[in-house]
Design a protein around this ligand. Structure first.
Ligand code: ZN
Length: 125
């Protein structure tokens, strides 16, 4: 599974590397049961957020809260990618999602999972 995640992540990296937005991070989230994946970058809080993720965000102070780690709940690539999968499959639970480590498209550096995402999705694989 980790090999697969890294492969998809590399595709995602190639995809966003030359975009104007130059996002800070790109990740891939995978539905462990079906293998369906979603690539996303950090960005705005999604307009529509899956109920389970909204509950998880609530435990961290709610969507839009800037927490001690310096990140804003709901803006991370991990959150946005997991949300994409959960909106497409409303029965999908967060525990059934694997999320890759994050890559910074500029320089292809690894971006450490932040405390918010660690609390929601567990430690990095
Ligand atoms: Zn995060």
């Amino acid at each position: 599974m980790i090999f697969y995640l890294n492969l998809v992540l590399t595709l995602g990296y190639l995809h966003v590397k030359n975009t104007k937005e130059k996002p800070a991070a790109v990740v891939v989230a995978v539905d462990k049961n079906t293998g369906k994946y979603a690539l996303n970058t950090n960005g705005n809080i999604p307009e529509k957020v899956a109920p389970e993720l909204k509950d998880m965000a609530g435990k961290l102070g709610g969507l839009g809260t800037k927490t001690k780690c310096g990140n804003i709940v709901g803006r991370c690539a991990e959150f946005r990618a997991a949300n994409d999968l959960m909106l497409k499959n409303p029965r999908l639970k967060a525990k059934d999602i694997d999320i890759s480590g994050a890559l910074r498209p500029r320089g292809r550096k690894h971006v450490k999972r932040c405390d918010n995402c660690g609390a929601m999705f567990g430690p990095e694989l």
